[in-house]
Design a protein around this ligand. Structure first.
Ligand SMILES: [Zn+2]
Length: 271
């Protein structure tokens, strides 16, 4: 009997390995699905959040998802169905357009938008969005340097007053979204100065994933702000232009070897 025990253990190990393979456990953490520019979908535990994901082709050089992806986003069709919260950092056309936002909201009655008053105004100025109930468009313009924690559709979202780099009159909101036990930071087109980030104390916010424009990751001065004032466990660089994305990816890898770069639309990352 004693001699057979190891064999039984080996059999048990094989059975466990097979069961793990044929019946994959629901993966812990959050899944990030990249769209283009700074557009992402976060999903976990049957909850979904879109950030800067509903826009159209903007100026030359800016990326845009494939037509089929844009159609699925507009129509709230899989994998973009049942989205709970839609977040928009600011009104620039590579992050937001009222047409796909209005279409998505009409196709999916459960989605709520939380963004700046400027983005809400732009939506309200777009005729097909006028009939949307006021409760589905939540205006949150954030004063620079301030944080505000809210629970929207059972998802904890922290809103961050972060100015836009070089555009002081554009209202700009950063977000920390808690999903799948992770804290994901999206900074939009933030100004990477010490003055913008220091008052937010994100270094004490236990950021698991920081979504950052690639130009901040490759810039030595901005990188010091990331390392000192954000201190994320994982950096994801995005907002890569259409021209030579391979070169940008190499620059990011050289500047920050542990960083991931989102380049291809619909690529995913689980953390
Ligand atoms: Zn912008």
């Amino acid at each position: 009997m004693r001699r057979r025990l190891p064999f039984v253990l080996v059999l048990a190990a094989i059975a466990w390995a097979i069961s793990a393979f044929v019946r994959p456990e629901k993966r812990a953490g959050v899944t990030l699905t990249f769209l283009a520019n700074e557009g992402v979908m976060l999903s976990a535990d049957g909850k979904k959040v879109l950030i800067d994901a509903l826009f159209l082709k903007y100026e030359r050089g800016y990326a845009v998802p494939a037509d089929s992806t844009l159609a699925a986003l507009r129509g709230a069709r899989p994998p973009f169905d049942s989205v709970d919260v839609v977040l928009v950092t600011h009104r620039h056309g590579d992050h937001f357009h009222p047409a796909p936002v209005a279409a998505h909201l009409r196709a999916n009655p459960r989605a709520t938008v939380v963004t700046s008053q400027q983005v809400i105004d732009s939506l309200r100025g777009y005729t097909p969005a006028r009939a949307l109930p006021a409760g589905r468009l939540i205006s949150r313009t954030m004063r620079p340097g301030t944080r505000r924690r809210e629970v929207i559709a059972e998802i904890t979202v922290e809103l961050l007053g972060l100015p836009h780099g070089g555009h002081p009159h554009v209202q700009h909101v950063g977000y920390i979204v808690e999903l799948g036990g992770r804290r994901v930071l999206h900074v939009g087109d933030a100004d990477f100065s010490e003055e913008a980030f220091a008052p937010l104390r994100l270094d004490t916010a236990r950021i698991d994933v920081a979504l950052l424009p690639y130009w901040a990751v490759v810039n030595r001065k901005d990188r010091r702000v990331i390392e000192r004032w954000i201190r994320p466990r994982q950096v994801v660089a995005f907002h890569v232009g259409e021209r030579n994305p391979g070169r940008t990816e190499r620059e990011v890898r050289a500047a920050m070897p542990g960083a991931v770069t989102f380049v291809r639309s619909l690529e995913t990352l689980n953390r």
